[in-house]
Design a binder for this molecule. Structure first.
Ligand code: UD1
Length: 361
């Protein structure tokens, strides 16, 4: 259909970012198609998010599945080129920094299809992260850069992105969080998992943390030291299963390893936690708004605003247990102010820009 906006999503964190944009464009009467790359395919990594977020079924699932970066990216590109040919959208919208994002950006650029990137301009300045490569490539190919955090505008400007391509709109992942606040029930999670008293939530899946056996051992030691202070619930991403298991995760009695959780169950669990220990990107943002202390086990973050305006702190695996002790002792102050425009209206702002852009074509 002429004027159709095609959303390309593929991996877990994309879904929460896309939902408010899709909804706002629907309200604006814009024709849309959802193309799922199939990068994440387990029911617990994908279907449950569509259900929890009330997203319509994808119009097309490319079913590419897992593989090396080249295999996965190439498979998405080949299948997507064909899908774009069939849907003939006026604009492709991509989200975040996963391989599906960049694969779609490359295809769009080569076939002359205008591209919008939601969550543009974030930089960890660490090119060993696959996501940093994805962010940079996607931004340079985007006609519309939707920015969640003020410093990202400066990053884009420094990389030569013209000002008229950048739109500071706030954070659609936080739209989703705020829209669902009354569904996040920590008590139900406590009951389901048999948790009494304070508990920590951990998520660990970065390749730099879990793919290397020595790094995985350090993480397991860290979890052991934290779980000596309070029970730890670890919804385990498939990527870390083998390496953390081999490093002795199963021997830690006070670490409750559970399957990956859906959106509502996971955020409910986080909402009731005394502390979150993570290497995820989005969780740094979600804990910031929920007011839950977050320790990010990484040497850097592309989301520094969660440190200056949030509850986030970077730690090494060695520092984390002491940081947890400090938080449990009460030496944790909530930030005075939230990041600007993380107010639940980012999807609306994005839809307004897209609708105006479509009208101007
Ligand atoms: C991807 C993103 C990462 C994001 C994460 C969120 C890239 C480069 N990385 O990492 O930025 O934080 O998603 O979860 O795009 N697997 C399953 N079932 C699935 C999907 C994956 O078992 O539904 C397993 C496979 O063994 C696969 C591995 O997980 O090889 C990694 O999956 P992949 O999508 O390649 O990367 P993630 O680590 O999930």
């Amino acid at each position: 259909m002429p004027g159709t906006v095609a959303h390309v999503v593929g991996a877990r964190p994309n879904f929460m970012k896309a939902a408010p944009v899709i909804r706002a464009l629907e309200r604006a009467g814009v024709a849309q198609a959802i193309i799922h790359s199939g990068q994440h395919y387990d029911a617990a990594m994908s279907d449950v998010f569509f259900r929890d977020l009330g997203l319509p079924e994808p119009d097309r699932n490319l079913g590419v599945g897992s593989g090396s970066h080249a295999v996965q990216t190439a498979a998405i590109m080949v299948a997507l080129e064909q899908a774009f040919g069939e849907f003939r959208p006026a604009l492709a919208v991509v989200y975040g920094d996963v391989n599906s994002t960049t694969a779609a950006a490359l295809v769009a650029a080569k076939i002359g299809l205008p591209l919008a990137h939601v969550e543009a301009g974030l930089r960890s300045f660490d090119m060993s992260m696959p996501e940093e490569v994805n962010r940079r490539v996607t931004d340079i190919l985007s006609d519309l850069c939707f920015v969640t955090s003020p410093e990202a505008m400066a990053h884009l400007a420094r990389e030569g992105v013209p000002a008229d391509r950048m739109h500071f709109v706030g954070n659609p992942m936080i739209d989703t969080l705020l829209a669902n606040l009354d569904r996040f029930d920590p008590e139900r999670q406590r009951a389901t998992l048999g948790l009494a008293g304070r508990y920590a939530v951990a998520t660990l899946h970065r390749p730099a943390n879990v793919d290397d056996p020595a790094a995985a051992r350090r993480l397991v030691e860290m979890l052991g030291a934290i779980s000596a202070q309070l029970p730890v619930v670890l919804p385990l991403h498939p990527r870390g299963r083998a390496s953390l298991g081999a490093a002795g995760l199963g021997d830690l009695a006070e670490v409750r390893v559970v399957e990956p959780l859906g959106y509502v169950d996971f955020i409910s669990l986080v909402r009731g936690a005394a502390v979150v220990v993570t290497d995820s990107g989005g969780i740094q943002e979600e804990t910031t708004i929920l007011g839950v202390p977050c320790l990010t086990v990484r040497p850097n973050t592309e989301r520094p605003i969660t440190i200056t305006h949030g509850t986030n702190r970077l730690v090494t695996p060695t520092e984390a247990p002491r940081a947890v002790a400090g938080i449990l002792d009460g030496s944790f102050a909530l930030p005075a102010e939230r990041p600007p425009l993380w107010d639940g209206l980012a999807g609306e702002r994005i839809a307004r820009v897209i609708a105006a852009w479509l009208a101007s074509r």
